[in-house]
Design a protein. Structure first.
Length: 93
């Protein structure tokens, strides 16, 4: 009759799966890996959010400065003929 027992069963005794070292190592390894990935995700999202907001703020400022420059040029174009208008227009009175 063949021996169906495992060879280490007599030495280790009846070890339940939740008491085994292999299970604890696997669970702790998985928990630490999950914690590490969560930390990397949080740090990356914080950094990218900061970069996106900074870039949007710089783009908004640049657009505002460009629009202000165009408005200034347009107003100068209008005020130059207005300053010479009294020379051409005869004075009343």
């Amino acid at each position: 009759m063949p021996n169906t027992e495992l060879p280490y069963a007599a030495i280790a005794g009846d070890v339940r799966w939740y008491d085994s070292l292999r299970t604890r190592v696997a669970l702790w390894s998985g928990a630490l890996t999950l914690l590490f990935l969560l930390g990397v995700t949080v740090v990356t999202s914080w950094y990218l959010r900061r970069e996106i907001l900074d870039r949007a703020q710089r783009d908004t400022r640049a657009t505002t400065i460009a629009a202000a420059g165009r408005l200034d040029d347009n107003l100068r174009t209008l005020t130059q003929p207005a300053t010479t208008l009294p020379i051409w227009w005869p004075a009343r009175g």
